[in-house]
Design a binder for this molecule. Structure first.
Ligand code: NI
Length: 223
């Protein structure tokens, strides 16, 4: 399941992110890749020792973790410190699958991958995130401030940027609900539940749906 989340960051927040990234020091992105991915990864990442990481993480991840759609779809238990990637003309990231377990120090399993688009798609040509799903390939190129969630188990790539510059933040989530089908069902049910709680707060059906959702989360979550 792919989940498109609009407006994770607003215009002033995107402006602040852009100022930090424009002043940042970028390094060859292949240094942070696993062995198989290293061969196909051609991008740049904000250098890990760049002090701007703290402010960027507060801004970008702060907005993401407060987003209700993100919380419902990902059911996050742990989230990784993101990478801030830059693709300029000629850069791409070929087909790969993300590492299953990550972390320096505390380890986490990657269940859900997230890409947050940090600049306007009119600023570059190419640069689509192409994800292989059970329903074929999905090509994703979103407005600045939008995010996409997708299963970390899927093969995906970033098409070559043929003009301009593509800026994204990428991170990985260990979900409380490991199974993607269970997670997708819970997200669907939760959306119906929220509508019912808003529109028919006193109905007996709302109570049943709410209780079923809560107890399914209890049944399926590992924390
Ligand atoms: Ni990836």
């Amino acid at each position: 399941m792919l989940t498109h989340i609009t407006g994770v960051l607003n215009e002033p927040q995107l402006g602040a992110v852009r100022r930090l990234l424009d002043a940042g020091h970028f390094a060859d992105g292949s240094e942070s890749a696993g062995m198989a991915a290293q061969r196909v990864k051609h991008n740049q990442e904000l250098a890990l020792d760049d002090a701007r990481h703290t402010e960027l993480n507060n801004l970008v991840m702060g907005c993401l973790v407060r987003n209700p759609l993100y919380r419902s779809a990902a059911m996050p238990l742990k989230i990784a410190t993101p990478y801030y990637a830059r693709y300029t003309q000629g850069m791409s990231y070929g087909d790969h699958v993300d590492d299953p377990v990550m972390g320096d120090g505390p380890l986490y399993r990657s269940d859900v991958s997230v890409t947050i688009f940090l600049n306007n798609p009119a600023e570059y040509d190419g640069g689509e995130l192409i994800i292989n799903t059970t329903f074929g390939q999905q090509s994703v190129k979103l407005a600045a401030g939008d995010a996409v969630l997708y299963p970390s188990s899927s093969i995906h790539r970033v098409a070559e940027v043929t003009r301009g510059e593509r800026l994204v933040a990428v991170s990985w989530i260990q979900s409380m609900v490991r199974n993607p089908e269970q997670r997708a069902l819970l997200h669907e049910l939760n959306q119906a539940r929220e509508t019912l709680l808003r529109e028919q707060p006193d109905s007996e059906d709302t109570r049943r749906v709410n209780q079923s959702y809560i107890n399914l989360v209890r049944m399926w979550s590992e924390v």
